[in-house]
Every structure is written in C-alpha cells, then in structure tokens.
Design a protein around this ligand. Structure first.
Ligand SMILES: Cc1cc2nc3c(=O)[nH]c(=O)nc-3n(C[C@H](O)[C@H](O)[C@H](O)COP(=O)(O)OP(=O)(O)OC[C@H]3O[C@@H](n4cnc5c(N)ncnc54)[C@H](O)[C@@H]3O)c2cc1C
Length: 398
C-alpha cells in the first residue's frame, strides 16, 4: 500500500538521521576481539567511553531489542521497521550495542513460555543490560544427546534442591543468572522428566571453573551445583515439560550462531587479501587460486544472506519450518570457518603471529582457531545435518 510504504520511507529517513547523529565513529568500526562486545551484567565495565554512549543511547530507545514489546523494555517495532533499523545500522557498520544470551536465547523463550511475572521480572533487565545470563544445558555425558542430562532437582517445600554439574557453560564465571535444564522426574522417559529453571549464580552452592580453549582464551567453564536451593516458581513453562522450552530456545540459538557466516560490517575478503598480496597488472588479487576461493566464498556468503532474509520473511508469515535454523546454523558456521581459513591464507606466515602489538595479540590466528568451535557450539554440524535429513528432507532411515 502506497501509504504504508511512505510511512516506512519516513521511518528509514528518521532512523538514518538518528543513527548518523548518535552512533559514535568508534562504534562503526568492525570488532576485532571479544572485548569489543559489550555484554552488560552486574559487574560489567565499558571498554571505552564511545561504547558506553552508544549502548546507553540505544538502550534508552529500546533498540537493544527493537522488536520486543515496550512494556518489556523493547522498542515495540514491527518486523518491517526492525528490518529497516538493522539495514541502516549495517549500512554505517554500526556495532550491536549489547551482546547477550538473554537477548538471543532466553528472551524469545520467556516471551513464548514465561508467565507474566517472569516476563516483567527478567525481560526489562535483559533489555537494559543489567543482568548477564549463561546457558546450563550441556553436561559431561549429555552434549549432542542433551536429553540424557542428569542434573537433579528434587522438590523441598516450595523450592527445588539442585545437584549436578554442567560443562562448556560459556561465560559462567561472568554471568549473573543461569537458565538451566534439570531432571525433575527420573522415572519418566528421558525427554519427559526435564524442567527449564532460572536461578542466580550467586546462590549458595554454585561454583565455576574456567576451561582453556585452543585459542588461549577461556570463555567457558565447568559449573557445579551443590544443594542449590531454587524456588519452584522459577520454572519456565510446566514442570517436566522443559524439553519444549529447551528446543524452542535452541532454534533461536542456532539462528543467532548462523549469523556468524555474515560479514557483519567487516571488509570484503578480496580487499583484506589484496592488502597483503597486492594486485596483478589488471588490478586483480595477485594469487589466482586464492582469488577463486574468495569468489566462491563471496557467492556462498550472498546465498546465506538471501536464505537468512527468506527465513525472516517466512517467520513473519508463520511458515518457517522449525528445523530451518539447523540448516542455517550448519551453513553459517561452516562458512565462517572457510572465511577464517582464507584470511589465514591471505595473511601468509605473518598471520600466525601469536603475541605482538603488530598482530593485536595474535587476533587473526586466535579468531581462526576460535571458529573451529563454531560447528560444535549450539549443536554440531553432524547433528545439524541429521536434523535436516530427518525433519526437513524426511529421508528414509534418517
Ligand atoms: C565454544 C563452545 C561454547 C559452548 N557453550 C555452551 C554453553 O554456553 N552452554 C552449554 O550448555 N553448552 C555449551 N557448549 C556445548 C555444546 O553445546 C556441545 O559441545 C555440543 O552440543 C556437542 O556436545 P559434546 O561436546 O558433548 O560432543 P558429543 O555429543 O560427545 O559429540 C562428539 C562427536 O560425535 C558426533 N555425534 C554425536 N552424536 C551424533 C549423531 N547423533 N549423529 C552424528 N554425529 C554425532 C558429534 O558431531 C561430534 O563430532 C559449547 C561448546 C563450545 C565448543
């Protein structure tokens, strides 16, 4: 409808002007390390004045979560306006003002399964970056086979007493609260006796122990629960039906991780490679094999962007297959691994520098190694392919 288009055009102009006036120049540069992310939380610190200004301005407009309802701290934008905001942010390379498992994972699950009290309690704090969340799903013997989890929650009056341990809990040592899967009925079939529960990481009996990654960083932990007392009212959804909440949250987690395949304001690979390898007399990257790899990568990256856009439209129309996020997660993370392989090839031997000012403390090599985990976290590539075979393609024997 022409009237609607005019409204959207006006919204685009207003948004562009607002971003131009409010997004500091420093916040328009590609991120180079995890420190460039602002994660929020009780003990958070801003990496720079510009990061603080940018976060606070976006928070005050509700644009840390533009599409959440305003009563929960969001911007109340519809799908079309949210898309315009994202496009205009991408056009100037604006960084996301807040990185948050609360936004990417817990929020959508609470919006669908939480009761009103839980929504009012937790969503505004997520939107305002006041509470940082971690995800307590995986256990030493429950990764791909997540429903085998053994962490027990036993009723005691109005509370549960929780005992057990989680592993690979990203940022558990920085998180304020955890969304956690616990077994509440050990006699039931394994998917049927699980509950999804929220609790404060400062509760007596919760401890964390960081684990080192191959990249030399330590972004995740073993997490232990020793007689942790949690009110039963902290269960999201129905007791013993936590698997429904868990699966729904995983769809959002996988969609978020698939976004790693996108360039997100970074420079095109061809330009990065040309900086170190130079151009031939026709102005083309001076390495035919790498040129071919980059061209093929660029095409696949464009295909991922189209598929992501289609997924958004299908979701809006209520027609998105629930398992589509698995296809996107598989493709996006394999693509991100390829991107970093190419970046390493383009950088030659210098790209392997590990500790130096010139290499920004080995950021290229460390990022390359970190991508190896992309096709494991949130469900492995093999498991994603299994889900696509079974649930989308309906292949015999899958
Ligand atoms: C960087 C990172 C961050 C993470 N953050 C978190 C977090 O915050 N919270 C959390 O709860 N978990 C987190 N995880 C854990 C992650 O979800 C698990 O590692 C993942 O689900 C795989 O489980 P696993 O490690 O036990 O491997 P396993 O399940 O033991 O798998 C081992 C191998 O067997 C293959 N395999 C297993 N089952 C099948 C099958 N059915 N078909 C085909 N192949 C199969 C796998 O593909 C894999 O190659 C994180 C992991 C990483 C790497």
């Amino acid at each position: 409808m022409p009237m609607l288009d005019a409204d959207l055009d006006q919204f685009r102009r207003d948004t562009r002007a607002w971003l131009e006036a409010n997004c500091p120049a420093e916040m328009r540069k590609p991120m180079t390390s995890d420190e460039d992310n602002f994660w929020g939380g009780r003990n958070t610190k801003f990496a720079s004045g510009a990061q603080k200004v940018w976060f606070e301005r976006m928070r005050d407009k509700g644009w840390t979560v533009p599409d959440w309802p305003t009563q929960y701290g969001g911007g109340g934008l519809d799908g079309a306006r949210t898309k315009i905001l994202r496009e205009e942010m991408a056009a100037i390379g604006a960084r996301s003002p807040l990185s948050s498992f609360g936004i990417w994972m817990l929020g959508p699950a609470l919006l669908k399964y939480g009761n009103e009290q839980q929504k009012m309690e937790h969503l505004p704090k997520i939107a305002r970056g006041e509470i940082r969340w971690c995800q307590g799903y995986s256990e030493p013997n429950a990764g791909s086979d997540l429903a085998s989890l053994q962490t027990r929650a036993v009723p005691d009056g109005d509370d549960f007493i929780i005992n057990g341990s989680k592993i690979w809990t990203s940022y558990a040592n920085y998180a304020d609260w955890i969304f956690c899967l616990v077994r509440t009925d050990p006699a039931a079939k394994k998917h049927d006796g699980i509950s999804f529960i929220l609790f404060d990481m400062t509760s007596p009996g919760v401890t964390t122990k960081p684990i080192l990654l191959i990249s030399g960083k330590s972004p995740f932990c073993e997490t232990f629960f020793d007689n942790v007392r949690v009110p039963q009212s902290h269960v999201v959804g129905t007791v013993n039906r936590g698997w429904d909440v868990a699966k729904y949250l995983l769809q959002h987690e996988r969609a978020m991780i698939s976004g790693m395949g996108g360039r997100d304001g970074g420079r095109p690979l061809g330009q990065v490679a040309a900086d170190s390898l130079g151009a031939d007399d026709q102005g083309r990257l001076d390495d035919a094999m790498l040129r071919g790899q980059i061209a093929s990568f660029d095409i696949d990256e464009a295909a991922l962007a189209c598929a992501a856009e289609r997924a958004v439209d299908l979701a809006k129309a209520g027609q998105l297959h629930p398992a589509f996020s698995s296809a996107m997660k598989y493709y996006g993370t394999e693509l991100n691994k390829r991107r970093h392989e190419i970046l390493m090839s383009a950088g030659g031997i210098d790209a392997l520098e590990w500790e130096s000012e010139r290499s920004h403390d080995g950021s290229r090599a460390r990022s390359w190694l970190r991508t190896k985990a992309n096709s494991i976290e949130g469900g492995t590539s093999e498991v994603m392919l299994g889900i696509v075979a079974k649930r989308i393609l309906d292949l015999p024997g899958a």
